[in-house]
Ligand binder design. Sequence first.
Ligand code: 5GP
Length: 122
Amino acid sequence: MSYDPNNIFARILRGEIPCKKVYEDSHALAFHDINPQARLHVLVIPKGAYVSWADFAARGSTEEIAGLVRAVGKVATQLGLDASGYRTLANHGPDSHQEVPHFHIHVFGGQPLGRMIQPPGR
Ligand code: 5GP
């Protein structure tokens, strides 16, 4: 899948669409999800043009990958979630229902989150 430079997160990165920014550095931007699925729901995205986890893992530089992972940690700390806990999640491809084709990591917290994912058939 080739990268669509007009996807919604690319437009947020270019400042064409507003976001509720939580954190930014040279590798990553974090902002509140427009349709939160938990009391706290933040998206952390790399600044580079990557479609998904698979694309980022294959083509991202070591610095970009480390930068994104560190940004997720900083965001969780900044949101005060280290003690209470949080969940990270990244969707890749159709089975996961990935909607936005710019790699992103969801960070959920601020409440008990239940266990893992819904098992098949429920
Ligand atoms: P995905 O299903 O691709 O893993 O998640 C995409 C997420 O992006 C969804 O949780 C959705 O609510 C969020 N989202 C979609 N459009 C926008 C937007 O314009 N602004 C923000 N802040 N979040 C968005």
